[in-house]
Design a protein around this ligand. Structure first.
Ligand SMILES: Cc1cc2nc3c(=O)[nH]c(=O)nc-3n(C[C@H](O)[C@H](O)[C@H](O)COP(=O)(O)OP(=O)(O)OC[C@H]3O[C@@H](n4cnc5c(N)ncnc54)[C@H](O)[C@@H]3O)c2cc1C
Ligand SMILES: Cc1cc2nc3c(=O)[nH]c(=O)nc-3n(C[C@H](O)[C@H](O)[C@H](O)COP(=O)(O)O)c2cc1C
Ligand code: SF4
Length: 648
C-alpha cells in the first residue's frame, strides 16, 4: 500500500505517508508550553502509527495567538525550550517525527488575546467569524512592527530547532497574518509590503530567508498554503501556484494545503454534509508543477481506501489526518496490520471544534479517551472479572459492552431488534448523515473480536435476567418518541419522525407540517423538502436546532434557506386534525394550516420501565445513555465507556 511507503521531506525521513496536522486542543498551555494532557495526547497519535505529528498553532509571542479562549502555546523565551523538548521527546519515543507550527493570528483574534490591544494586520480591516461576533478592527502595522514580527518568527524557529523539532511549519494559510499579507483582499498597502505579488510575498519570504539563515540549509521548512480563499478578491489557485513555485525556490520542502480564511472557516473544518477529498484538485495542480517539494493535504480523509486513492491519483505525497486521528489514533497501525475495518471513523460532527468555541478543551463524540490518554489510554484488566449483561445494543450499550470485554469481563449484549445500532439506524437515514452508519460498522467489527456474546432479537424481560443471573446489569435501553396526548397518532396522516424517516413513502401529498424544530424535526423536514414537498415547521421556542453544535447548525441553516422551509418559531400547537394543524403564532394570533401530513417531533422519553425491577437482580446496576435521559451520541458512548471502566 502506498499509504504505508516511506517518504522524505528534505532531510526528514518519514516511515509512512500519514501525518497528524496542527490541531489546537485547548487542553490549556502552561506558561506558553504544553500541559501533560497535550503531551499524552500527541504521544498517543505517534503511538498509533502516524509518521509525523504536528504541534498545534504556536504563536511566536504571547500576543500573537489565535482567538481560542483557552491558554494557548507561544514560544517567546529560551526558558520554554525545556518544556517544548518534553513534547518532542514524548512524540519521538513513540516513533514519529515532530513539526512545530508557527502562527501569528494577525487580525483574526480578540482584545483578550492581544492583552487589551487592537489586533495588527497589513491593513486596517476587521474580520468576522461565521455565526460568531466580529473581531475588533485591526490596526495597520508599521514598518517597524513588520520587522519585529519577522524577527519574532525567526527567534521562535530557532528555539524550536534547539528544542529538537524535526521540522518547522510556517502557517501561511487559514486567513492568519501571513495569508493576510499574501492576499489582495486583506493587504491594501501601498508600500513595499503590498500591491504586486512580489510585494505581498515579501513578508513570508523574509521570514523564510531569515529563518533559513538561522536553522541552516538542511533543516526542513514546511509552508501552509492557501490555494483558494473562497472569498471575492481573495487568493485564487493560479496565483497560489505561482506563489508555491517562488517559495519552493526559497527552500520550502513541503506545502500543506490550508485554504479559506476565518470568514469562511466553516469550510476549514468540513462537516459530514460536505464532500470528502475537496483538496484533491488543488493537490493535483501543485504536484504537477512543483520540482521536488512534497504536497500534503487533508480534510475528511477518514478512510484508508480514500487515502490510498488520493495518493494513487497523484494528488498528494502525504496525507493529513486530523479529526480522523482524534477519533482513532490507531488508524495507521490498523491499516498496517490489515485491520482497517476496526478503524473508528470520524463522523465529521465537529463537536471537537465546537468545544474550542465554548472555551473548552476538545472532546470526541465517539472516542471517550481524548484528553484522558494518561488515565484511560492503557486498558487495565479487571482483577475480578464478572458476568456483565448489557441490555440494549444502541451506541451506549455497544460501547459499554466493548469496554467491559476489553477489560476481561464476560459480556452478553442483548438487543430486541435484528441489528445493533439503536437510534443511529434511523439517524443515518436523514440527508447528509449516512456516515453515522460507520459507527455501527465499527462496533459490528470490534465487538466479536473483543469476545462479546451478541444476542439479537432478544428482548430482555425480568425472568430472562433471573435466568442469566449476571453480576452486573448495564441498562442501555434508549428512548422512545414522545406522543403528546392531544394528538391522535392513529390518524393515517400523523407520523413519528422514525416512521417518516424509515418509510418516507407513507408521507403522502405535497404539504407537510412538522411539529418541533429541534434537530430531529428539522432533519426530517429537510428530507421531505428534498422530495419537493412544501414543509412548514412549528416550533414553540424562539429558535430552531438549538440542540445542534455550532458547525452543524451553520450548515443546516444554510440548507434550510436553500430548500425554502417555512419556519414558525414562538408558535404553540393547539390541535391536530387529519388535514390541519391549529396553532397560536408568535404574535398571539390563532392560525390554521391545511396540510396533507403531520410529523410530530417533540422529543423523546427514556425507556426505563424495567429499571426498578432490574435493580435487585444483580450486585451492580448501571443505567446509561438515552434511558437515563434522552440526549446525544456523545452522552451514550461516554457513559457506556465509563460504566465499564468503573467496574473493579
Ligand atoms: C432521528 C434521530 C436522529 C438523531 N441524530 C443524532 C445526531 O445526529 N447526533 C447525535 O449525537 N445524536 C443523534 N440522535 C440521538 C442519538 O441517536 C441517541 O442519543 C443515541 O443513539 C442514544 O443511544 P442509546 O444507546 O442510549 O440508545 P438507543 O440508540 O435508543 O438504543 C437502545 C437500544 O435498546 C434496545 N432495547 C430497548 N429495550 C430493550 C429490551 N428490553 N431488551 C433488549 N433490547 C432493548 C433497542 O432496540 C435499541 O437498539 C438522533 C436520534 C434520532 C431518533
Ligand atoms: C479542533 C481543531 C483544531 C484545529 N486547529 C488548527 C491549528 O491550530 N492550526 C492549523 O493549521 N489547523 C488547525 N486545524 C485544522 C486541521 O489542521 C485540519 O486542516 C482540519 O481539521 C481538516 O482536516 P481533517 O478533516 O483531517 O480534520 C484544526 C482542526 C480542528 C478539528
Ligand atoms: S468529535 Fe466528531 S468531528 Fe471531532 S474527531 Fe470526533 S467524530 Fe470527528
Amino acid at each position: 500500500m502506498k499509504l504505508m511507503e516511506e517518504i522524505s521531506i528534505g532531510s526528514m525521513e518519514l516511515k509512512n505517508r500519514i501525518a497528524y496536522p496542527p490541531i489546537t486542543t485547548g487542553f490549556g498551555a502552561i506558561n506558553g508550553s504544553y500541559s501533560a494532557e497535550d503531551i499524552e495526547f500527541s504521544a498517543e497519535r505517534a503511538k498509533g502509527g502516524a509518521a509525523l505529528v504536528f504541534t498545534d498553532a504556536v504563536a511566536p509571542t504571547r500576543d500573537q495567538q489565535t482567538p481560542v479562549s483557552t491558554p494557548l502555546p507561544y514560544f517567546d523565551n529560551d526558558g520554554q525550550i525545556a518544556a517544548y523538548a518534553r513534547w518532542v521527546d514524548a512524540v519521538h519515543h513513540n516513533g514519529a517525527k515532530t513539526c512545530i507550527q508557527l502562527n501569528n493570528a494577525g487580525r483574526q483574534t480578540t482584545f483578550d488575546k492581544r492583552g487589551g490591544k487592537s489586533p495588527m494586520a497589513p491593513s486596517a480591516m476587521s474580520s468576522k467569524m461565521v455565526g460568531i461576533l466580529p473581531f475588533p478592527d485591526a490596526v495597520e502595522m508599521t514598518e517597524t512592527q513588520i520587522e519585529q514580527m519577522i524577527l519574532d518568527y525567526v527567534l521562535a524557529a530557532s528555539r524550536a530547532q534547539v528544542a529538537g523539532f524535526d521540522a518547522i511549519d510556517i502557517d501561511g494559510g487559514a486567513g492568519y497574518l501571513i495569508q493576510q499579507f499574501m492576499s489582495p483582499l486583506t493587504n491594501r498597502r501601498k508600500d513595499k509590503w503590498g500591491g504586486s505579488l512580489q510585494n505581498r510575498l515579501r513578508f513570508p519570504l523574509e521570514i523564510i530567508r531569515r529563518t533559513r539563515e538561522v536553522v541552516g540549509p538542511q533543516y526542513p521548512l514546511l509552508f501552509d498554503l492557501c490555494m483558494d480563499e473562497c472569498a471575492e478578491g481573495g487568493i485564487r489557485p493560479e496565483e497560489a501556484l505561482e506563489t508555491a513555485l517562488i517559495l519552493e525556490q526559497e527552500g520550502i520542502e513541503a506545502f500543506r494545503i490550508h485554504n479559506y480564511n476565518i470568514e469562511t472557516y466553516d469550510r476549514m473544518f468540513p462537516t459530514m454534509a460536505t464532500q470528502r477529498g475537496v483538496n484533491v484538485p488543488f493537490g493535483k495542480i501543485l504536484k504537477e508543477q512543483l520540482r521536488s517539494a512534497k504536497v500534503m493535504l487533508g480534510q475528511r480523509i477518514n478512510d484508508p481506501d480514500l487515502a490510498e486513492q488520493i495518493l494513487n491519483e497523484g494528488a498528494a505525497d502525504i496525507l493529513l489526518l486530523g479529526r480522523p486521528l482524534i477519533a482513532d489514533p490507531y488508524f495507521p497501525k490498523k491499516v498496517l496490520l490489515n485491520r482497517s475495518k476496526s478503524i473508528r471513523k470520524c463522523i465529521a460532527c465537529n463537536h471537537c471544534v465546537d468545544m474550542l468555541g465554548y472555551a473548552r478543551p476538545i472532546r470526541c463524540v465517539i472516542n471517550p479517551i481524548v484528553g484522558f490518554e494518561k488515565e484511560y489510554g492503557e486498558v487495565v484488566q479487571s482483577a475480578n472479572p464478572k458476568n456483565v449483561l448489557v441490555i440494549g445494543g444502541g451506541v451506549g450499550g455497544m460501547e459499554a459492552a466493548k469496554a467491559a470485554a476489553d477489560r476481561g469481563h464476560k459480556v452478553v449484549l442483548c438487543d430486541k431488534s435484528d441489528r445493533l445500532g439503536g437510534h443511529i439506524k434511523i439517524a443515518c437515514l436523514t440527508p447528509h448523515k449516512e456516515e453515522l452508519e460507520n459507527i455501527i460498522d465499527y462496533y459490528e467489527e470490534v465487538l466479536p473480536e473483543a469476545g462479546v456474546d451478541i444476542r439479537l432479537n432478544t428482548e430482555i424481560d425480568i425472568p430472562g435476567v433471573k435466568e442469566m443471573a449476571p453480576d452486573v446489569i448495564i441498562q442501555a435501553t434508549g428512548s422512545t418518541v414522545i406522543k403528546p396526548g392531544f394528538i391522535d397518532f392513529d390518524l393515517p396522516t400523523v407520523f413519528t419522525p422514525e416512521e417518516a424517516t424509515v418509510s418516507p413513502e407513507i408521507v403522502k401529498g405535497d404539504k407537510v407540517v412538522v411539529i418541533g424544530g429541534g434537530a430531529v424535526g428539522i432533519e426530517v423536514a429537510e428530507m421531505l423538502a428534498m422530495q419537493n414537498k412544501q414543509v412548514t415547521v412549528i416550533e414553540m421556542k424562539n429558535a430552531v436546532i438549538e440542540d445542534l453544535g455550532i458547525f452543524l447548525a451553520v450548515d443546516l441553516h444554510r440548507r434550510m434557506e436553500t430548500l425554502g422551509l417555512t419556519i414558525n418559531t414562538g408558535a404553540t400547537v393547539q390541535s391536530v386534525k387529519s388535514n390541519s394543524v391549529t396553532y397560536i403564532d408568535s404574535s398571539g394570533e390563532q392560525k390554521v394550516l391545511e396540510t396533507d401530513a403531520i410529523i410530530v417531533a417533540v422529543g423523546f422519553k427514556p425507556n426505563r420501565d424495567l429499571s426498578e425491577k432490574l435493580k435487585g437482580l444483580s450486585k451492580e446496576f448501571i443505567r446509561i445513555g438515552d434511558c437515563s435521559s434522552p440526549r446525544k451520541i456523545l452522552d451514550a458512548v461516554h457513559e457506556g465507556f465509563h460504566a465499564a471502566r468503573m467496574l473493579d
